[in-house]
Write a protein that binds this ligand. Sequence first.
Ligand code: BTN
Length: 255
Amino acid sequence: MTRWPAEAIWETVAPLLPGFTVEILPEIDSTNTELMRRARAGQTEPVLLVAESQTAGRGRLGRDWRSAPGASLTFSMSLPLALADWSGLSLAVGLSLATSLHPDIGLKWPNDLWWQERKLAGILIETAALGAARQVVIGVGVNLAPPPDADGLRTPAAGLQELLPAMDPGATLGRLVEPLVRTLKSFETSGFLPFVASYRERDVLQGREVVLSDGVQGVARGVDTDGALLVHTAAGLQRVTSSDVSVRPRSDTHL
Ligand code: BTN
């Protein structure tokens, strides 16, 4: 049985986000799917939704996200954000999570958390129109232990407990949420620029050969001030911004 620090989270976050609520559910299809349903139905109050188990967890690019109860943390935050420029938001979110967890955790563009060449956590950001602003749903999946079917994954999986053995889902959630909300508030006023230097320190692709999903190959040259990935290719320096481009070290690519 996981002990969830719901009250402690509420006490620190409610002053930052008026109307904030915390919900912990034993099971749901997907915390992102549920919060997007609510956003589309006009529910815009900030909410943190945690599921002990997801029956239809979703990853980026239409992929599944599989997680085992007790061996993973799955949650989503929904809140209205009025942003002039959304570029870099997902990188700032990844940076916030990595910074809250451990100095040795790296970031694989755009927002995967990596440790020792393996994926520790993933982020799925979705938005719904809301007048002038947008409702943003930020979904986070953290492996506490590598998932049982990790062998079939495109990228090998790591578990946070390999790095921090005492961490359970509740303790992990307790570390992540308040800094994440502070990051979102800061991003709302100042955008990605203040995060660039810290992102670069954790960038695991820097200087490595990468293959984009359109087949273009090159050497990753860090991120631009708006969060675009810079790749030095045969045709020169390319800025990669599209979310349907996947990037991975060439050594992990099965061509
Ligand atoms: C990825 O790496 O492709 C993103 C994975 C995001 C998974 C989380 S788990 C909580 C939330 N609900 C979902 O269905 N997906 C996100």
